[in-house]
Design a protein around this ligand. Sequence first.
Ligand code: HDE
Length: 709
Amino acid sequence: MAPRKPASTSSTQSKNQSLEPFRERPADTVLTTDQGIPISHTDDSLKAGLRGATLLEDFHLREKLTRFDHERIPERVVHARGSAAHGYFQVYKSLEKYTQAKFLTDPSLRTPVFVRFSTVQGSRGSADTVRDVRGFATKFYTPEGNFDLVGNNIPVFFIQDGIKFPDVVHAVKPEPHNEMPQGGSAHDSFWDFVGLVPETAHMIMWVMSDRAIPRSYRMMEGFGVHTFRLINAQGKSHLVKFHWKPLLGTHALVWDEAQKIAGKDPDFHRRDLWEAIEAGDFPEYELGLQIVSEEDAQKYGFDLLDATKLLPEEQVPVQRVGKLVLDRNPDNFFAETEQVAYCVSNVVPGIDFTNDPLMQARLFSYLDTQLTRLGGPNFAEIPINRPVAPVHNHQQDGFHRDTINTGRANYHPNSLGGGCPFLANPQQAFKHHPERLEGNKVRQRSESFNDHFSQATLFYKSLSKPEQEHLIAALQFELGKCERMVVRERVVQQILANIDAELATRVAKAVGVTVPKAPKPAKASKAKNTVDKAPSLSMENTPKDSIRTRKVAALIADGFSAKELAQVKKALEAGGAILEVVGPSLSPVKSDDGTEVAPVRTFLTTHSVLYDAIYVPGGEKSVAALQLIPDAADFVREAYKHCKALGFSGAGTQLVEAAGLSKIAAAQDLASDPGVVQNAKADMKKFNALFITAIAAHRNWARQGPAPS
Ligand code: HDE
């Protein structure tokens, strides 16, 4: 197969150059059939007379309909809903001490990547903001072949052995009799499975936490989950956990907000990613590595081959070794995002697998699923899947073969083809790490996988108080949706009671389950060298020093203060935020000094849940008009409820009271709520500084009460 240029455009490449041979022709061409026959009329079919029957002979009509009829391919069995972007990865300095992989040893190399984010449970058309795990899959087009890091935004998994994957997926997917619910786990079959399978406990804590409702794909972490190996040129192996750290920090939505967004804008995360890249606000993540020597593999108090466990950063710090930048949106959703095929088995020299039984099953499953999904064994020839490394081998034929192999030598060894392709130099070739393996053939699990609760407790205990309250409320919601008492009881009594007594009691009460008489205390891990708390697990400790890419709605009507709006806009934009003007209609709105501003959205076409913060500028007339628009007050109320930053300058402060927030209307000194910035005197310098701090804080959780007890 001919070598292909990189699939991504980094700043050194011109746009689309790489896929040019596969692209449609430029705009100055004429319409043709698939056979290249020119077509001058495509609005009427060929008929026997003006009002006569359509003729079978009409090859153009038949081709058009046939192609349409077969446009769909099977959606992914999991992770069907996704969005992707091109970009590049660059390592900061050589990691040759640990690996021979070129993309990790050459700091001058920009490796093109294609990253696909996804939800797991829902279908292709499901909403983005459902409570679910998010996929974070990266294809690195390295000079030594493709490396696919197919991770999630949660560092652990539901199960320990891949043989249980069909069970957990069947349980969480819409139930088979009525195909409900779509995009969520709040139903009986999922929680039935959880109650019966205690190894799910740790993952359940993560999925019920705010991690499962990210604010943005740009603001979530990624994890390789399994323990992998790095192998250096001398053949020495280290164990490694892969992480992605978003430079914008890790932030979440509020559950009520997430549910509303699912209706107001089901494409919320897709749009957010797309718009950020179009605006040049390229999402950035650092690659983090937790490296453990083979000798230390046993010392952390749990088995590194168990994918329901994480390695706390407090035990092994994450080294940030390089940067991923997403700088180009796909040109065609189907050709790229839908047809990209990630395979966990795609590794390059210098990276290898371990015996994690979850990972081992994945090595089979991903390649296997593409055979059905992409229609045969030639899916690596689809442009988005092609390596930039040259491909030469004796594979041939099969459905959808693109390559035209020449010559007669389609076997190895051969002399008819001059011996080509030659075997690679063993120093540069992929070598499987020669791990010593020995044992009886058994269908069993290692005892070292037995502790299902310590890390579930560790995670819960490491969360901030508001995060714990959200987690309790999420469990109350999910179990509250389960119809069967036995399902609710088993989860509370067999799972939650083993994690935390108070958590179990509060969920039990809310879902009508008898509180376990003497809830079992969480089983402390007997292992040495574990930690009691891991602050790195809480999003509370994420960086909160920037308003970059945050979206702020400015609510205006005729008579708004042009000066105040301009000053706030300038200050927010200087910090990298986006100010969107929302008005009663799309017609220009007149300010107090006669200048006009055209709103980009109206109270009808947008909603508070689609913004990070709300600003109401002064102007007596404008504020009086806003008070008469119920949706404007609703904007303010909702933002307050979702703990967002709110800013009111000049007469804008009057909208606080009008929105029914009289308690904070009285507290002009901010003492009661640093997230609500009011400045009736319109001291804009002071106002801007406080408003920016409030937006950067992401949310003022203190505003919320506890989940029901
Ligand atoms: Fe997947 N998973 N998975 N998974 N997974 C798929 O592959 C599977 C697991 C993940 O954007 C499928 O191409 C098995 C863990 C992502 O295209 C399928 C097991 C993690 C994506 C499959 C797991 C993931 C998938 C469906 C247990 C995090 C989307 C379509 C042994 C580390 C990739 C496809 C994309 C997709 C199988 C467990 C992440 C069926 C058998 C653990 C991000 O092959």
